[in-house]
Design a protein around this ligand. Sequence first.
Ligand SMILES: Nc1ncnc2c1ncn2[C@@H]1O[C@H](COP(=O)(O)OP(=O)(O)OP(=O)(O)O)[C@@H](O)[C@H]1O
Ligand SMILES: [Mg+2]
Length: 469
Amino acid sequence: MNLKNRIIGHFSKDEGQPLPKGTGGEGVSPKSPGEKAQPLMVRALSEPEREWLQKIHKKLMEMIDLSLIGRLEQKQARTQICELAERIMDELAVPLNVSTRQFLAKCIEDEILGLGPLEPLLSEPSIADILVNGYGKVYVERYGKLELTPLRFQSDAHLMNIIDRIVSSVGRRIDESSPMVDARLKDGSRVNAIVPPLAIDGPTLSIRRFTVDRLRMEDLIELGSCSRTMADMLIGIVKARLNVLISGGTGSGKTTLLNVLTGYISLDERIITIEDSAELQLQQPHVVRLETRPPNIEGKGEVRQRDLVRNSLRMRPDRIILGEVRGDEAFDMLQAMNTGHDGSLCTVHANTPRDALGRLENMVAMTGLDLPARMVRAQIASAINVVLQLSRMEDGKRKLISIQEIQGMEGDIITMSEIFKFQRRGVDEAGSVLGTFKATGIVPKFHEQLQKRGIDLPFELFDPDRDDL
Ligand SMILES: Nc1ncnc2c1ncn2[C@@H]1O[C@H](COP(=O)(O)OP(=O)(O)OP(=O)(O)O)[C@@H](O)[C@H]1O
Ligand SMILES: [Mg+2]
């Protein structure tokens, strides 16, 4: 799958050509993603079709032995179900034309072997997120924008059934006593489900699609998410083993950037990744992937990120990659960074670099250790070298809006200096954000560190008068 298929919203519909280099630079005014979007081609069932589907499905379930079907190859099972469904439709003399009958048979296959009404969405590459709010509302995010689809489940019970199928396949469960769960689809897509009584209006499912062909640094440049100069510096930062915190709001591309950066870790390093639900796709041969575990039905057996971070320190890691720091593991992660585990990377949910540091401070407070704020800040300041701030712009694009170096402490305050930023100039008539990536003129202290490692970034890169495309 090429970049065009992955992020269709960033390309012109007619030619399917990438936008000119320098997207995000002035003068480049891509149409709004919504305007370019091909309509989503999914067919929903009409009311009479839905009634037939239920009848056929019920009859079919009386006839087949699911355990036998489960033992067949997926393709064989689909053929068998399809044949049976056709036979039932003949018996019932279903008054529908051939193509509708085929469509119903496909829906039944999806129902029995797949994720029901979600199946057509899972095979559509332009969809980044699938969001189900109760049985009647299925939204998708495409081209950075949300849209309501005509698809629906038959009832909340039907939706619960599908959710149950997803979570049980990864050995988790969901019910009133454990109403929130993270899981993964077979293709690696991240899933969160939350059901009543916590979700008041019915079971709610959020799926972050796993891009089969992940984005690379070149793609980020082409998409206007960062400039080539910034990319060169980021690569240097990873190679020089600086500790990096990637900050950004929901869906701003944190995990994606983390993934891209991990691609520059050398092949002979032993990397340990820690995540709540594994999303990272490292290409190196020597990777140990760890994932947290929620408590079991008796409330026992929980393994949290903090436990995994501590355990990872005993596994002789060269690098520790923490998918998202969100709780008291922040304390152990900072300690690790301060005690020789450099080159660590993690993400945090925050809207500015300053907020990101503030959040870390609050997370350390969650450990219950009564540490003075100044001490915690000093720990943060000496542990983290660089903060990368991502933002999801209103046109749906993701941009690396700031690269900041942590300098140290001044009194009680952590000092940071911005090295690169996105200078916004407004919005064009199609709603696209205009602006340029700029150096601020500050040469980072880590320039020297990079140089020592043989990564020589020319001083011109930091010239604020360069239009950095
Ligand atoms: N630079 C980019 N340009 C375009 N799309 C991107 C970019 N980075 C990420 N995406 C897309 O945006 C979506 C969200 O990306 P990602 O999972 O990396 O975000 P996140 O910040 O980690 O989200 P969350 O807060 O939910 O963990 C994905 O569908 C991804 O393919
Ligand atoms: Mg993420």
